[in-house]
Design a binder for this molecule. Structure first.
Ligand SMILES: *Cc1c(COP(=O)(O)O)cnc(C)c1O
Length: 382
């Protein structure tokens, strides 16, 4: 297939190849199979679906293409992607991680990989001097998110990549909040990019999946080895659903962002809202940094309400946004970080990060923004 498209929308639509080479089908066939007959005279690329499955292969090549990597990987969840990649390190290695990374990533580093004697320090990734100073002789990688969760602080990606180059560290970026439609860290020199594909990439609240991509052939091989060894791979049905979701990533992101651009300033004007964190808002401290590396601001708005009465109204009386964990779906989702996305963090750590009980994270979906606004007003005033 041709892959020299200049337009990102064309790429997202056609990166999976246009037709099934065997039948001409416009949709990738689902190879619901675990094992493959071995023909001694005519050996196939496929032996066993943990190692490689034709449907997953199409997805993995797609991910490599849209991220600008040489190889892509599909895992059974975002956490499976993260844990498999952490397994490439050895006991005694030190990882620097962003202070406000996803709660599950914090948990696996502090409670699981600690047993593996992987050392970890959490640093404010938006403070370049602190990051530099935290590098130790046994530091092997910096693991971070460009857009922090839930406060959407923006990391200075280019400066962190420069530190990694200077000190010989791997850069591992969880870019779940900033899909490749907007931002492709591998093209800027990052080593590994990964996503919880459960969120924007799939976008329909019907699959749990993780993807990753790498650029360097030696590193790519290491991750491939670990993917097969650990075995947390994505099944063929879910690979197919994810491929389907990815085809509309562009239109979804554009519409969801457009609505977020209307809702964020509206929230800012409400008397019951104390603070709004959205990188597309004028005055957001990371706006310019983000504009340097991303073509969009995303569709996640974090905001703090003034009282627990307002908090309770939002949690109980909204009819459009689902009150749930997760984000990046076609339907709007309102998350209460203290009891949901960041519940796996100890309360003291959470409070130090400023994740108070009146804080919400809204993932703006495809509803008409006017209806979302009306729904918020009705809930608050009830
Ligand atoms: C959801 C999420 C994960 C974990 O992904 P799962 O698919 O739920 O395992 C990791 N990182 C970020 C930023 C997330 O939002």
């Amino acid at each position: 297939m041709k892959d020299d498209y200049s337009g990102i929308n064309t790429l997202f639509l056609h990166a999976a190849g246009d037709q099934d080479p065997a039948t001409g089908a416009l949709s990738t066939p689902i190879y619901q199979v675990s094992t493959f007959h071995r023909d001694a005279d005519n050996p196939s690329d496929y032996e066993y679906s943990r190692s490689a499955n034709p449907t997953r292969d199409v997805l993995e090549e797609y991910i490599a293409k849209v991220e600008g990597g040489i190889r892509g990987y599909a895992f059974s969840s975002g956490m499976a992607a993260i844990s498999t990649i952490l397994f490439i390190f050895f006991p005694g290695d030190h990882i620097l991680a962003g202070k406000d990374i996803y709660g599950g990533s914090y948990r696996i580093l502090t409670q699981v990989f600690k047993q593996w004697q992987l050392e970890v320090d959490f640093v404010d990734i938006t403070d370049i001097e602190t990051v530099k100073k935290a590098v130790k002789p046994n530091t092997k990688a910096i693991f971070f998110e460009i857009v922090s969760n839930p406060f959407q602080k923006i990391a200075d990606l280019k400066s962190i990549l420069a530190i990694c180059r200077e000190k010989g560290l791997l850069s591992i970026i969880d870019n779940t909040f900033l899909p490749p439609y907007y931002c492709r860290p591998l093209e800027l020199g990052a080593d590994i990019v990964l996503h919880s594909a459960t969120k924007f990439l799939n976008g329909h609240s019907d699959v749990v999946a993780g993807v990753a991509a790498a650029k360097d052939p030696v590193l790519a091989k290491k991750i491939g080895f670990m993917q097969n060894a650990v075995g947390a791979v994505l099944g063929p049905q879910d690979s197919w659903l994810l491929l389907r979701g990815l085809k509309t990533l562009g239109v979804r992101m554009e519409r969801q962002e457009k609505s977020a651009q209307k809702i964020a300033p509206w929230l800012l004007e409400q008397s019951w809202v104390k603070k709004v964190y959205y990188p597309g808002l004028p005055g957001h401290p990371g706006k310019t940094l983000l504009e340097n590396i991303s073509t969009g601001y995303g569709a996640i708005i974090t905001f703090e309400v003034t009282t627990s009465a307002v908090k309770n109204n939002l949690m109980q009386k909204l009819s459009l946004p689902a009150v749930a964990v997760s984000l990046g779906a076609v339907e709007s989702i309102l998350t209460h970080p203290a009891t949901m996305s960041h519940a796996s963090m100890p309360k003291a750590v959470r409070e130090e990060l400023g994740i108070c009980d009146n804080l919400f994270r809204l993932s703006v979906g495809l509803e008409d923004p006017e209806d979302l606004v009306k729904d918020f007003l009705t809930a608050v005033e009830s």
